[in-house]
Design a protein around this ligand. Structure first.
Ligand code: NAP
Length: 489
């Protein structure tokens, strides 16, 4: 493999919640893969911090096991695990008390490395940690903090959290992570839009019939029931991940590819979102798998709340009031226990203004599909003549723009979203992180929608386990003579 990796500067990364699920599944294996790729210099340190009483050797064993379990093929193929573990330290610390802070401050003292603090803990602890970092002299101007989702549960709580963090850190030190933005294809979307002449002239309501964003999951809420039943699909997925994808699709070309230029344009999109009418919202709750209720119970059973009105599925028809998009609907949907795990953005272009191929009138449309998972890639559906004799029959074929197909697959290093984003934190690049005003604007749009269905006592519609969601979500599009794109792998 030809390496295009540029090592980052030496850093200390403290992971608050270093023993937790996210640290073990994503952050630590991701760091190891960057180490194997040669991006992390040997002098860097990764310091786990949590209340559990471990010494550094015990914690290294936890890290080893996490990497063996969750590291994937690239980690398995790398024989530098022992070297990586030498970089790992552990501090027993209580975010809410004084225990461990002096030890951490001593560990961080007297170095001129980049300092980053990853808040991989419950959001209720974000303020406690920020306050103590300041108190112990760990919040100097070069320090960065990484904040996980959920960022608030409404505008009031998000504002309060922003205000708390702003008490101790400047905005350019705060990295609000949304791992959807770290996906290769999401960045490729910007390259396709702004690096080519081809698409941008067509990227508006004159040529685009509608846009769909789907994030479909097969998993349920097991293990996260308490959190999820207080959040629901709107707060858990739409307000952050789907909103960010919508912004990248809909934004104006930024003047340059710099953090604030990109985030300014995203913010303008959020501020141009129209309130959503009740008949443009479909909420659903999944049912149990027939005959397998114990293993795959209904949503209400899974969250142990037989009267829950929280949605595990939502579909919305969204309008953006600006010159570019007025009149083009954006349909977004996300849900759990659906037929397939698939995330996709599709841009459906309008019919040609005049069809000279009478037999096929109205049948063929260009569709640009941006697949985010399980496989990343971009395809453009184009209409061509079916090869061979037999007259002028038209067929749609996908033009595959997947980099792995076009470029030499061996030369590409596929980087997980967390890997990329953590390296961006170390490099000090905030382009793919949400700014405080973006988060608040997103809640400002989301809150009235949620308040609306709460005031109407809206009850989510049941949908079958392993289906494509409530029938009403399909009807919403059919009323407008459109169809959801089939969710496929
Ligand atoms: P988790 O498994 O419950 O881990 C929480 C961590 O926080 C543990 O290491 C715990 O260790 C530590 N902790 C708890 N109380 C503490 C205290 N008072 N002082 C210091 N450490 C404390 O949670 P998680 O799933 O990793 O999630 C962490 C954050 O990431 C949350 O904000 C979550 O919403 C977000 N997130 C997680 C995922 C995911 O896939 N897991 C995805 C997206 C976002 P001790 O008990 O030993 O202190």
């Amino acid at each position: 493999m030809v390496s295009r990796v540029i090592p980052v500067d030496t850093f200390d990364l403290v992971i608050f919640g270093g023993t937790g699920d996210l640290a073990r599944r994503k952050i630590l294996p991701g760091l190891f893969r960057r180490f194997c790729a040669g991006q992390i210099p040997a002098g860097a340190r990764v310091i786990g911090a949590a209340r559990s009483a471990h010494n550094t050797d015990e914690y290294r064993q936890i890290v080893r096991e996490a990497i063996e379990e969750f590291g994937g093929a690239r980690a398995d193929a790398c024989d530098h695990l022992d070297d990586f573990l030498q970089m790992i330290e552990y501090v027993v610390i209580d975010a809410r008390g004084d225990d461990g802070w002096k030890e951490l401050a001593d560990l961080m003292a007297g170095t001129d490395r980049i300092e980053a603090y990853y808040f991989s803990v419950a959001p209720a602890l974000f303020g406690d940690i920020a306050k103590r970092l300041k108190k112990w002299g760990l919040a100097d101007a070069g320090a960065r903090i990484v904040v996980e989702k959920p960022f608030g549960r409404d505008l009031t709580t998000a504002r309060a959290l922003n205000k708390t963090l702003a008490t101790y850190f400047n905005e350019d030190q705060i990295y609000r992570i949304d791992h959807y933005l770290g996906k290769e294809t999401v960045q490729n979307l910007m390259a396709v839009r702004f690096g080519n002449m081809l698409f941008e002239p067509l990227w508006n309501s004159q040529y685009v019939d509608h846009i769909q964003i789907t994030v479909a999951e097969t998993v349920g809420v097991a293990g996260r029931g308490d959190y999820y039943d207080n959040a629901g699909a709107m707060r858990d997925m739409v307000q952050n991940h789907l909103m960010q994808l919508l912004c990248l699709i809909a934004m104006e070309p930024p003047a340059r590819f710099s953090p604030d230029a990109v985030r300014d344009e995203k913010l303008k999109v959020i501020r141009a979102l129209e309130p959503v009418e009740p008949h443009h919202i479909v909420r659903g709750q999944y049912q149990a798998e027939p005959g397998n209720e114990e293993q795959h119970p209904s949503y209400r059973t899974a969250v142990e709340n037989p009267r829950s009105r929280t949605e595990s599925f939502i579909a919305l028809r969204i309008e953006i009031s600006n010159w570019r998009w007025a009149g083009t609907p954006f349909y977004v949907r996300t849900g759990k226990r659906l037929a397939e795990r698939s995330s996709e953005i599709t841009v459906v272009f309008k019919d040609t203004p005049h069809n000279i191929f009478e037999e096929d009138a109205g049948r063929h449309r260009n569709v640009l599909s941006i697949h985010l998972q399980p496989n990343e890639g971009i395809t453009l559906g184009v209409t061509i003549k079916e090869p061979g004799p037999g007259g002028m029959r038209l067929i749609d074929v996908p033009l595959d723009m997947t980099f792995a197909e076009t470029l030499d697959a061996d030369e590409i290093e596929h980087v997980d979203a967390y890997e990329r984003l953590i390296m961006d934190v170390i490099r000090g690049n905030q382009t793919l992180f949400m700014r405080c005003d973006e988060v608040e604007a997103a809640w400002e749009w989301t809150d009235p929608i949620i308040e609306g269905w709460e005031a109407r006592n809206d009850v989510p519609r049941p949908y079958d386990f392993g289906s494509t969601g409530p029938i009403a979500a399909h009807e919403m599009l059919r009323r407008e003579k459109r169809e959801w794109r089939q969710v496929t792998e």
